[in-house]
Design a protein around this ligand. Structure first.
Ligand SMILES: O=C1O[C@H](COP(=O)(O)O)[C@@H](O)[C@H](O)[C@H]1O
Length: 273
């Protein structure tokens, strides 16, 4: 399918708030996104001999990860890290690390290096210092970050009940990693912060379906929106590329967190419902 590209200036900003790549279905979307990310990685490898890639978990990325795993590039020089992790052992079906190991670190990408955000200790708070040091040393600055978004407007593990001034949502914050407790997530989390994500010169948002699109548009249109995705879209140093297709496929990957707020809650909180 031919890719359509359009620049959407929703609230008359100085520059378009995002660059949209729309595809007809999730397979075409996943293939196109994998090609773009692989091209970014090849450029970084050409320029610096290494590349750093932060990837989301959840249900949406499965086909994208599989397509990316088949892209020919020097994967042994690529550092991959999750943008967030659920505080669950890496063999758990909801572990984002497991998703990356099972669907990306295969095929051509089997030799990629994975930086885990998990440690076998009781809480993310206990592991924070160790993870923070590793991420700062080996994970940053990023070359590419691919975010997903929940229907409640969260990305990574930055949920709507995070205080708006929380360090995780401050573009100029210094901490790259955050331990997260949210009523919207069934387990504690470890998450990259917005300032860590914004070290990437290539930013992608990968979403499927009309519901998520409505949530995203509502967050962009309302400057007072408290949805985390608003902080990402409005503060991004370069316009994120939004990869979107209209149909939502059946749940795959490691299923979405039970208890996340619904899209209608999210839209209500932006006044868009
Ligand atoms: O909990 C999470 O959810 C988001 C969105 O997931 P999806 O299933 O709606 O695609 C994801 O981006 C994040 O990495 C994950 O931990």
């Amino acid at each position: 399918m031919k890719m359509q590209r359009e620049h959407l200036a929703v609230i008359a900003p100085v520059r378009p708030m995002f660059d949209e790549c729309r595809h007809g279905d999730g397979d075409a979307l996943a293939t196109a996104l994998a090609r773009c990310v692989a091209d970014d990685l090849r450029s970084a490898l050409d320029q610096r001999g290494e590349a750093k890639l932060a990837l989301s978990g959840g249900t949406t990325p499965l086909r994208f990860l599989q397509a990316l795993s088949r892209e020919a590039l020097e994967w042994s020089r690529v550092q991959v890290l999750p943008v967030d992790e659920r505080w669950l052992p890496p063999l758990h079906r909801r572990s984002n690390e497991r998703l990356l190991r099972e669907h990306l670190l295969q095929n051509a990408a089997a030799t990629a290096n994975l930086l885990s955000l998990f440690r076998p200790v009781a809480t993310p708070e206990c592991a924070l210092q160790a993870v923070l040091t590793q991420v700062a040393l080996r994970g940053l600055p990023l070359d590419v970050a691919v975010l997903g978004m929940g229907v409640d407007g969260h990305f990574a593990s930055l949920f709507p009940d995070l205080p708006r001034r929380d360090i995780g949502l401050q573009a100029g914050g210094r901490a790259p990693v955050l331990a997260v407790r949210s009523s919207a997530a069934p387990e504690p989390r470890m998450s990259l912060t917005l300032s860590a994500i914004f070290t990437a010169p290539s930013l992608y948002l990968h979403i499927e379906g009309d519901t998520k699109r409505r949530v995203l548009e509502a967050a962009i249109e309302d400057p007072r929106s408290r949805l985390p995705i608003r902080a990402f879209m409005a503060q991004a140093p370069v316009p994120p590329r939004v990869f979107w297709c209209p149909d939502v496929a059946a749940a795959r990957g490691n299923d979405s967190a039970a208890g996340e707020r619904s899209a209608s809650d999210a839209l209500r909180s932006t006044g868009a419902a």
